[in-house]
Design a protein around this ligand. Structure first.
Ligand code: NDP
Ligand code: MG
Length: 339
């Protein structure tokens, strides 16, 4: 696997072009600010005019405009809208105004891979996907580092789309830690699998189920919260820093023995079969169809699941306990007045 760094990127190729960052949310604020501080010519598109995010972008010193106007003014167009809104906005506000030979970028391959957006033949299509939440992408850059980025090229009628993607990724800070080349298909399918099976779906189901078992057995919810949720961060920090062996080096021998002998009973062959099934639903487009239809129906299932999730007892006890641990709120990555 080839890894690129700042030295492999020629920022001048993008410095001569105007970049429109469409959407000033989690990723959008990070891309727009990092690119600008890397010396690039950035404009931001937001909606509604004068809304919260529009104002945040203006306060950060950006020229902010409506999407159609930003697209007319730019030749590199980075689409950082919620995935489920991208196709409609592309067809209604981007495609009719796009300059011939423009470069259209994404931070996730979903809409291109599943054919929700089909750009015209003369449009270059690339991906720069930072492997981290937008607030971390910004925070790392400000601290002199950068979150690793994936790049991918889907269409290259101009013949230099990879150079543009590398320069963009470098401007976002990715070249400080590594830029890895992939394809839209690989990024989309592995990203969906990771968030469903392990990072979001797998982790939250594991935490909630462990909490429920302890509480149903009569233990205090506060104890269950500490054991099953709070301490997860400490374990994940060790995993992040040095892998599984590093974590096992740090925990007690008792914990390590329980880890080796009990872990595979929790995540067993049945769980693995279910993971394979989830992967196959991603590969066949079944998950994409379900999610696209859900958004077209105004997200009834997502809204109900959000409500039920918020009503789970782990949230009530968590709110109370976090209120007692004042350090958790210090130096938060997410400050809703700014980003
Ligand atoms: P967010 O929801 O955080 O941001 C989207 C932004 O678009 C919001 O500021 C929203 O404003 C704005 N917006 C909504 N409608 C319009 C419109 N009609 N015209 C202009 N702007 C509009 O999205 P994310 O940053 O999470 O995701 C963006 C992309 O990045 C997605 O493709 C996602 O998959 C990808 N990605 C996201 C990561 C993350 O860290 N979240 C990680 C890696 C990739 P408002 O809030 O007012 O509606
Ligand atoms: Mg993801």
């Amino acid at each position: 696997m080839k890894v690129y760094y700042d030295k492999d990127a020629n920022l001048d190729i993008v410095k001569g072009k105007k970049i429109a960052v469409i959407g000033y949310g989690s990723q959008g604020h990070a891309h727009a600010n990092n690119l600008k501080e890397s010396g690039m010519d950035v404009i931001v598109a937001e909606y509604p005019k004068g809304g919260d995010n529009w104002t945040k972008a203006e306060k950060a010193g950006h020229a902010v405009m409506m999407t159609a106007d930003a697209v007319k003014a730019a030749s590199v167009i980075m689409i950082l809208l919620p995935d489920e809104m991208q196709a409609d906005i592309y067809n209604e506000q981007i495609a009719p105004h796009i300059n011939p030979g423009s470069y259209v970028g994404f931070a996730h391959g979903f809409n291109i891979h599943y054919n929700q957006i089909v750009p015209a033949e003369d449009i270059n299509v690339f991906m720069v996907a930072p492997k981290g939440p937008g607030h971390t992408v910004r925070n790392e850059y400000v601290n002199g580092g950068g979150v690793p980025c994936l790049i991918a090229i889907e269409k290259d009628p101009s013949g230099d789309t990879k150079e543009v993607a590398l320069a963009y990724a470098s401007g976002v800070g990715g070249g400080r830690s590594g830029i890895i080349e992939t394809s839209f298909r690989e990024e989309t399918e592995t990203d969906l699998f990771g968030e469903q099976a392990v990072l979001c779906g797998g982790a939250t189901a594991l935490v909630q189920t462990g909490f429920e078992v302890l509480v149903e057995a009569g233990y205090a919810p506060e104890m269950a919260y500490f054991e099953c949720l709070h301490e997860l961060k400490l374990i994940v920090d060790l995993l992040y820093e040095g892998g599984i062996a590093n974590m096992r080096y740090s925990i007690s021998n008792t914990a390590e023995f329980g880890d080796f002998t009990r872990g595979p009973r929790i995540i067993n062959e049945d769980t693995k079969d279910e993971m394979r099934q989830i992967l196959s639903e991603i590969q066949t487009g079944e998950f994409a169809r379900e999610w696209i239809l859900e958004t077209k129906a105004n997200k009834p299932v997502l809204n109900a699941l959000r409500r039920l999730g918020a009503e789970h007892p782990i949230e009530e006890v968590g709110d109370r306990l976090r209120g007692m641990m004042s350090w958790i709120g210090k130096d938060k990555l997410v400050d809703k007045t700014k980003n």
